[in-house]
Write a protein of this length. Structure first.
Lengths: 187, 260, 310
């Protein structure tokens, strides 16, 4: 009984703060409303005994929102943090899309015959998740992660407006790099 | 989520925004300008001073900021009331005596060191400098504080963390001013060491070999150098630079020159 | 000591223990300040209590167009986060919630500090406070990854993310002995997420107090108490992860935990006053180019040792 109450409260918090994202006036509030929504979802995952996934959701989402707040404020011009502004866009189509997807997912949740649990839960779910993710799929992981990493590095190199020739001179022979803000190592 | 913001539809309304847009707290919108990184940034006008911790009292540096980077600065010194005996802590409650000038120099130098050490967050060293300054101001014999000043100078010189933190914080106000011994341009760190060494030397020597304190001219030069020195630095570095100029606003206001 | 089921009522005691530890830290800091200023040490030790009374009575100062909701949330956050951290920190044989992912829980909570600090800086609508909030995030992206690897290392050695099992795995040899880099990185990160000592740049004097510029009254009290509480929980967690938890001769387990925590806390506070600030713009390169590879190397070495020993 208690768990149903707590779960329902969390669900309401998640949805309500999700709605708040589009109702509040400020970028900072919108971002952190989204963070609250994610934290509520994370706690719900913990309630499913998915400790690791739940806690890591909280960790990742709070971190992400803390950083995203910076970008939201940076790129939404005109003093967006303090100015009342409309947070919705293309109202009709987004409403149609949202309703359609909600109906689809809800229908799926209600109509699909969910299988009953076969066997019991592993004693240590973290180990189980780790083996499920990494055990049989280790080769995939080993291939995917260097590719992802290389993509990130390549994207950064392409996006960087000031490469090493800008910093170290045409012959790369400057004693210390020409940076607007000096770093700690002079590299 | 970013795409959800209805910015484009608002563009038409942009024109009459100045009139219609509510100003939160009566603060008008910031205007934009290009940034050193190629972004368009809001320009924020912030006045540093006249009252801040570890800041020359009465000095106002009006800055235009992009982010926390100063892109333009103007310097002003607020006019002060006529000086009192309190302006010269060495002379409070006593008759003038021969070593007043030495005392005043030691106080000025250790005071400057207190400000800079506090700004870099080295509280134990700042506390030591402050105690020395207070004791000199309240009449302790100079010979007594000399070894402590020298020890402090040695510790400051040895601190690699401080050297690293202050690296590249330039404080060169122009030719002929307080150069470091080897002729390099003055930095915040060389200034700090210079004050402590000078204060220690003056406190120890009884002969009249100290630097006289007629620095109104030099102060004016330092003041004039602020806008170019802090341009392009972030606020925190600007604070360190200004602290390393050791501006004595009382010397400037009493000599009549208030603006630069 | 694993799996000791506890009455939830003990949760009421955790804030008391945390409060006492935080107060002890504040008192010690007061003693250091008093000694530096040449006042009697006892007056410094009493300072935190007087400061609490002063701030409780002080009226809140409010700035123009402040985002009060976010500001208040940020002000409360640090203390709440520290309390949530105590759930997974063992005190001798007792631990409130010995969940299977205790270390990740601690990590998730210290990421919450990012939000809290930034909100404190943001809410005030003041240039210096905002610079402080951003500074904390700049510092956070420097310390967080090394911190994560420092947390992972004991977990690798103990084959578990459960804090009690990490403590048990140290019966023969404390982890600090064979993972000193991880220990040092963790201690540095504790100072960093508490915005303390050389990492107190978010509240640095060079930006006029940063996030603390505009806070007053109860908000200030909560933030200051929260920083001490974070420091104390960090010390206590370091004891559990690296210093053998409650193991030690003669004294009972819980007392050893407290003694070790106090010693580490005193170390944090004593060291901090002697170091100048490390500004985030200087820290970033060092953290990513030197500290992170070192932390990774430490994890690698420990992993190899664990794999070889089986």
């Amino acid at each position: 009984m208690l768990s149903i109450i707590v779960f329902s409260a969390l669900a309401i918090i998640a949805v309500a703060s999700g709605i708040a994202v589009f109702r509040v006036d400020s970028m900072a509030r919108a971002t952190y409303a989204l963070a609250v929504s994610f934290v509520a979802v994370g706690v719900m995952l913990v309630m499913f005994d998915l400790d690791y996934i739940g806690v890591i959701t909280i960790l990742m989402m709070v971190m992400e929102m803390a950083i995203m707040a910076i970008y939201m404020i940076m790129f939404m011009g005109m003093n967006p943090a303090l100015m009342p502004m409309s947070m919705v866009h293309n109202n009709r189509w987004s409403a149609i899309l949202a309703t359609g997807i909600f109906l689809l997912l809800a229908a799926g949740a209600l109509l699909v015959p969910w299988p009953a649990r076969s066997g019991t839960a592993a004693p240590d779910l973290t180990v189980a998740v780790g083996e499920a993710l990494m055990g049989s799929k280790m080769l995939v992981m080993l291939t995917v992660s260097p590719i992802l990493f290389a993509t990130i590095v390549a994207a950064l190199v392409l996006a960087n407006p000031r490469g090493r020739y800008d910093r170290w001179g045409d012959n790369l022979k400057r004693v210390c790099p020409d940076d607007p803000q000096q770093g700690g190592l002079g590299k | 989520m970013g795409a959800g913001m209805d910015m484009h539809a608002d563009m038409d309304a942009h024109m009459d925004m100045d009139m219609d847009m509510p100003m939160p707290g009566g603060i008008p919108l910031a205007s934009g300008g290009p940034d050193r990184d190629g972004l368009e940034m809001d320009v924020l006008h912030v006045a540093l001073g006249p009252v801040l911790p570890h800041w020359p009292a009465g000095l106002v540096v009006r800055c235009a900021l992009k982010g926390d980077v100063i892109v333009h600065a103007e310097v002003e010194i607020l006019p002060a009331a006529p000086g009192t005996a309190l302006d010269n802590p060495a002379r409070v409650g006593r008759l003038p005596s021969a070593d007043d000038d030495r005392r005043r120099t030691v106080i000025h130098h250790s005071d400057a060191a207190v400000q800079l050490l506090a700004l870099v967050g080295w509280w134990s060293a700042a506390g030591r400098a402050r105690r020395i300054r207070d004791e000199v101001a309240s009449g302790t014999a100079l010979a007594e504080v000399a070894p402590r000043l020298e020890r402090l100078a040695k510790d400051v010189k040895r601190s690699r963390l401080l050297g690293w933190g202050l690296k590249g914080i330039a404080a060169d106000t122009g030719p002929g001013v307080q150069r470091a011994g080897n002729g390099d341009a003055a930095t915040a760190r060389t200034r700090l060491l210079h004050w402590l060494n000078e204060a220690g030397r003056i406190a120890r020597d009884t002969a009249d070999s100290y630097e006289p304190l007629d620095f109104a001219d030099r102060q004016r030069e330092s003041l004039g150098a602020i806008p170019s020195l802090v341009n392009g630095t972030d606020v925190a570095s600007a604070r360190l630079i200004i602290a390393s100029l050791a501006i004595d606003t009382s010397a400037l206001t009493t000599s009549g020159e208030a603006r630069s | 000591m694993t799996g000791a089921v506890m009455n939830p009522a003990w949760a009421l005691l955790a804030p008391v223990v945390l409060g006492v530890l935080a107060l002890a830290g504040a008192a010690l800091n007061g003693v250091f300040v008093a000694r530096a200023e040449g006042r009697p040490a006892l007056s410094g030790a009493a300072r935190p209590v007087l400061e609490v009374m002063r701030l409780m009575r002080q009226r809140r100062r409010v700035t123009v167009a402040a985002d009060r909701l976010l500001w208040r949330i940020g002000g409360m956050a640090l203390l709440v986060i520290a309390l949530l951290k105590t759930a997974v920190i063992p005190l001798g044989p007792w631990i409130l919630a010995d969940i299977s992912v205790g270390i990740v829980w601690f990590n998730a909570m210290d990421v919450m500090v990012w939000a809290g600090m930034w909100l404190i800086g943001w809410g005030a609508n003041s240039a210096h406070a905002l610079a402080g909030g951003y500074r904390f995030l700049a510092q956070a992206v420097s310390y967080e990854l090394p911190l994560m690897f420092a947390l992972v290392t004991p977990a690798v050695a103990a084959h578990s993310l459960r804090v009690s099992e990490v403590v048990d795995a140290q019966q023969d040899l404390w982890f600090v002995v064979w993972m000193p880099v991880a220990f040092l990185v963790f201690c540095g990160s504790v100072l960093a997420f508490s915005a303390w000592g050389p990492f107190a740049t978010a509240a640095g004097a060079d930006i006029a107090g940063g996030i603390l510029t505009e806070v007053s009254g109860v908000d200030r009290l909560l933030i200051m108490a929260g920083r001490y509480a974070l420091l104390a929980t960090g010390a206590a967690f370091a004891v559990a992860l690296f210093l053998g938890g409650g193991s030690g001769p003669l004294l009972p387990d819980w007392l050893w935990t407290i003694v070790k925590t106090l010693v580490l806390l005193a170390g944090f506070i004593a060291v901090s006053r002697r170091l100048s600030a490390i500004r985030p713009d200087r820290l970033a390169e060092v953290a990513w180019i030197v500290v992170l590879p070192l932390a990774l190397l430490q994890t690698l070495v420990v992993s190899i040792i664990v794999a070889v020993r089986g």
